[in-house]
Design a protein around this ligand. Structure first.
Ligand code: HAX
Length: 442
């Protein structure tokens, strides 16, 4: 029987010579140039990272291993009577680039099941947090507490050959991915349903269904979870969470350190926390309206008021995308099918009709279209997860699949410590001055 790890190893061996050849024969080829505004402006668009797990086209959106989100959702094997595929199958795709067979997904489910036990000290760490702590802070600490379980660390201390780094990293990553949904559900129940308490996973269920079960939610929340984890899994390497995970791992910190760091990056309102902000913002409007659906002018006034207060419209804009995010579109389709009459969905839909024109009129945002976060909270809210502080925890569980797949490959291909160069403002000013003098002489 060929396991996922065997398959991954074969792919790694096929890939390694490609990187060696690129470096040996073309190491000096210029890939991009960097402008002053990119140096000052957060390195937007500078092509300086490599990943084969996913690619984000500004107009088309994300592709995982060459597949659009709709193709991923259509092609990956699905549990019986489910609309959404197994999350376990997504891990196979992200790692190997191949759509798994149902048998391969079954094997992977057993693999995950065997890695699911969470040490009791993790529950103690979670329980020790005050109940008004943010769930992202608790999640980050819970993941961090697992660090003592790292196989990579243990082996590294004993003396590990560089070409074998990926192996124990794969073990650590798969262990953590199997445990994360349990940790997420535990945090949810501790904070919001202490009376229900912790539900142990059902050995007969896949990751998505188990998550719904542990959260105390009925169908179709299993499909909501599968969809949510899959569409949030990866967005190439430059976004804050993926980049942070990669950066920390590049120093050979193990994946517990890297994932905790990834979670910390995701917790910012300009990134993953935007899903919480969207709901907070919508609820404010809803309260203001006293239950009545706002008309177009009332919506416009609300959007302008937010902008005029110097705030961003959460769920809109993107550093790379220049069209509506396909992750938004997938969720919209789901809403149209399952919750077309939901009040908040109607708000979101109505906003879609006014926000892009207003952002264009304001003339600042390069992308006036909605991103994933504009829609995701509404789905959760509809199925009873109304504690919006929790939404970024859900995002984190999904995002870990992509970030960890990337880190395994980083290790397999021997990518080095990340260390870009910084310069001073004076140096930049002198460069500009030098160009000015040179052009007058020319
Ligand atoms: N509302 C108001 N102003 C916006 C805006 C929005 N939704 N999006 C961008 N702008 C503003 C920026 O704040 C910036 O203003 P200043 O010149 O005053 O600094 C200007 O437009 C240019 O920004 P940009 O180049 O279009 O966008 P950036 O690449 O700098 O930032 C962001 C991308 C996603 C951070 C930005 O669009 C934003 O703040 N959006 C709202 C928050 C949000 O939805 N974040 C989630 C993004 C998706 C994601 O990562 N999910 O996890």
């Amino acid at each position: 029987m060929i396991t996922l790890k065997d398959k991954l190893f074969n792919k790694i061996q096929e890939h390694r010579p490609r990187i060696t050849k690129l470096l040996k024969d073309h190491g000096d080829k210029v890939v991009d140039h960097v402008t002053v505004s990119q140096v000052v402006g957060g390195m937007r668009g500078v092509k300086s990272l490599i990943t084969d797990v996913s690619y984000l086209d500004p107009n088309e959106g994300i592709r995982y291993r060459g597949y659009t989100l709709n193709e991923v959702l259509e092609k990956l094997p699905k549990p019986k009577d489910s609309e959404m595929p197994y999350v376990e199958g997504l891990y196979h795709l992200l790692l190997t680039g191949e759509i798994p067979t149902t048998k391969e997904v079954d094997e992977l489910m057993t693999n995950f099941r065997n890695r699911r036990t969470v040490p009791s000290y993790v529950w103690d760490v979670i329980d020790s947090f005050p109940s008004d702590s943010h769930p992202m802070a608790i999640l980050s600490a819970a993941v961090m507490s697992l660090e003592r379980e790292s196989h990579f660390n243990l082996k590294y201390k004993k003396g590990l050959n560089k070409s074998d780094y990926w192996d124990s990293t794969y073990e650590d990553a798969t262990n953590l991915l199997a445990k994360l949904p349990l940790i997420g559900a535990y945090i949810y129940n501790k904070l919001y349903h202490p009376k229900m308490g912790h539900r142990h996973p059902d050995p007969n269920l896949d990751l998505g269904a188990n998550f719904a079960y542990m959260m105390g939610k009925d169908k179709p929340y299993d499909d909501v979870s599968r969809m949510y984890f899959i569409i949030h899994a990866d967005h190439e390497s430059g976004n804050v969470s993926a980049h942070t995970g990669h950066l920390v791992a590049s120093s050979l910190s193990d994946i517990y350190y890297s994932t905790s760091a990834m979670i910390n990056g995701l917790a910012g309102p300009l990134h993953g926390l935007a899903n919480q902000e969207v709901l907070r913002w919508l609820q404010q409007l809803r309260n203001q309206m006293g239950g009545k659906l706002p008309d177009e002018q009332e919506l416009k006034d609300y959007v302008w008021k937010t902008l005029n207060n110097g705030q961003v419209i959460p769920g809109y804009g993107h550093a790379v995308l220049r069209k509506t995010d396909p992750r938004y579109a997938v969720q919209r389709e789901f809403c149209l099918k399952h919750l077309p009459e939901d009040e908040l969905f109607k708000y979101v839909d109505a906003l879609y009709k006014v926000v892009p024109d207003i952002l264009r009129e304001q003339g600042k945002a390069k992308n006036p279209w909605p991103n994933v976060d504009a829609q995701s909270g509404v789905v959760q809210w509809h199925y009873g997860v109304t504690q919006f502080d929790f939404y970024t925890v859900l995002f984190s569980i999904g995002r870990a699949f992509g970030v960890l797949s990337n880190i395994i490959w980083d290790r397999a291909l021997g990518y080095p410590l990340e260390r870009p160069k910084s310069i001073t403002t004076e140096m930049l000013e002198k460069m500009v001055e030098f160009d000015k003098v040179k052009s007058t002489l020319d």
